[in-house]
Ligand binder design. Sequence first.
Ligand code: 13P
Length: 250
Amino acid sequence: MRKVCIAGNWKMNMTPSAGAAFAAELAKAVKDASVRVVVAPPFVTIGSVVKALENSSIEVGAQNMSDQVSGAFTGEISPEMLKDAGVTIVILGHSERRAIYGETDDFINRKVKLALSHDLDVILCVGETLEEREGGKLEEVLKRQIVEGLKDVSADSMENIIVAYEPVWAIGTGKTATPDDANSAHAFIRNEIEKLYGKSVAESLIIQYGGSVKPSNVKDLMAMEHIDGALVGGASLTVEQFAPIVRYNK
Ligand code: 13P
């Protein structure tokens, strides 16, 4: 059985004080959750959120990480800093990092391996743009992002990896992939993982869907065979919306 993981990517929202207040309220609202719950605040907000969630099972993630261990890398945050701050998992390869900041598969792969070597779990984001989808390139793009993003990652390390399928055209647009479209992309990803690592790794892999997940569509998405969780942006910023997503099965 795959353990469902619902994660909130706060993106560039929530100051340290607002994040702490929000996290405390969220913890109360999802106390009975039976799934793995993660919130990923901006770097400066991580400390106050970790503190606010001290007595909660909600994990704190990061939205990005350096590909270097330490040294003269102005503005960067290392895996050791994240670990020490209480982070357990890091989102890597988000489409906003790829598109706005030019992150390549090779660069993302270096971060994935560095995170794993510091005992951080990874949410590796993959997904196609509308142009790529309409140009018939969906599978080619997903395959490249999976194969290159996971290059030299061992089968044993795969239990520390979650893949998030986030079609770029569905992010922040209100357009959600239909459950069937999302499920078939997830099935394709699982099959690629099987080719790389074999059936048992592929069967255990958690694949999250991301892109305009809301309380109103989460149940239909989560009912699909290959959808094992959600990576939520906008709707992770209010308790009114995020709590029912986390409690989708209650
Ligand atoms: P939205 O839920 O706002 O579409 O964002 C999805 C996302 O990018 C999560 O990482």
